[in-house]
Design a protein around this ligand. Sequence first.
Ligand code: HEC
Ligand code: HEC
Length: 295
Amino acid sequence: MPSLWIGLQIIRRRDWLIRFSCVLTAAAMLVCAVVAPSAFAQEKNPYAGDAKAAKLGEFQFRANCAFCHGLGARGGGRGPDLTRAQKRHGSSDSELFRTINDGVPGTAMPPNGATQQGVGMTEEEIWQVISYIRSVQVKAPAQPMGDASHGKQLFYGSAACSTCHMIQGKGGRLGPDLSTTGSARSTDYIVESMRNPSRRLAQGISEAMKEFSQEYETITVVTGDGQKFMGVVLNEDHFTVQMMDTRENLHLFEKDKLRSLEKSRESLMPAYDPKSLSDKDLQDIVAYLLLVGAQ
Ligand code: HEC
Ligand code: HEC
């Protein structure tokens, strides 16, 4: 038995080595494939203003990018809104080409060819995608921008957003961290989140093993000994539920030990109607979130 076991290990080991060297070769090929086109890429989009190319680019975008950047490139939670004229990693044709081809290291933005399909876009197709992005890009800021510094005062002051939300490490934890919301979400989405929070609940932190990320559902439980807790669901499986209550305490409950468990899609965030938060103040808070998101 033991010798058979050792034999197996050696076979496995060798198998592993072969696989490893294959991976190395593949990686080297990938590096060449990724580096080559960007080195020779031209400065200007050869399809600039070409509606047909933009249409072809839209197909590429739907297949490779919408998953993160949302339909219409308006931001999808995982990737930023690309309809803004000002891009964080450079707004010129050649800078966009580089971002799309090389990805943004250290973030979820993958280099060309690293998505599930594995086949990268050709240089031509990347230019078509850029034509598409240009076609949906807003020409100028849609509305006159609000006053971000007043927005910040409201956020931490009378509007009390910071009791539940953190920005750059400061604030509460019941609601999602809003440090990157300004870049990940469209302005319309942010406005709707404030005016009508229950319509679309925020997505929580997604885990690699889960197909869908947990939403910020509202939960109320009564424990076996009669204690009542209300808060947001952080994680849930068949047997347990993890939640944060409104006082920011974390709890892990075994479901069958609870007296009751109720979930609802009514957000714990109060709806800010125009009476409690004027349109002008709302614009100022949006401007603050956009400013922070752009940093
Ligand atoms: C797995 C998710 C994901 C996919 C797929 C993805 N992106 Fe991204 N993308 C991101 C993230 C996250 C960022 C923001 C990186 C950062 O933090 O700066 C980003 C950034 C960008 C930027 C830079 C924006 C700026 O403000 O500078 C561009 C342009 C872009 N992506 C285009 C694309 C295109 C085109 C595709 C499809 C070919 C694509 N992305 C696919 C997640 C993704
Ligand atoms: C009582 C706590 C509470 C207060 C106060 C509060 N929020 Fe929220 N907020 C939440 C919770 C919980 C969620 C997640 C559920 C949902 O999407 O409505 C949320 C979600 C959001 C989202 C959606 C984020 C995403 O990625 O989808 C935005 C934007 C937002 N809040 C902004 C604000 C702003 C701006 C203020 C102040 C004007 C504010 N919130 C005040 C609790 C609060």
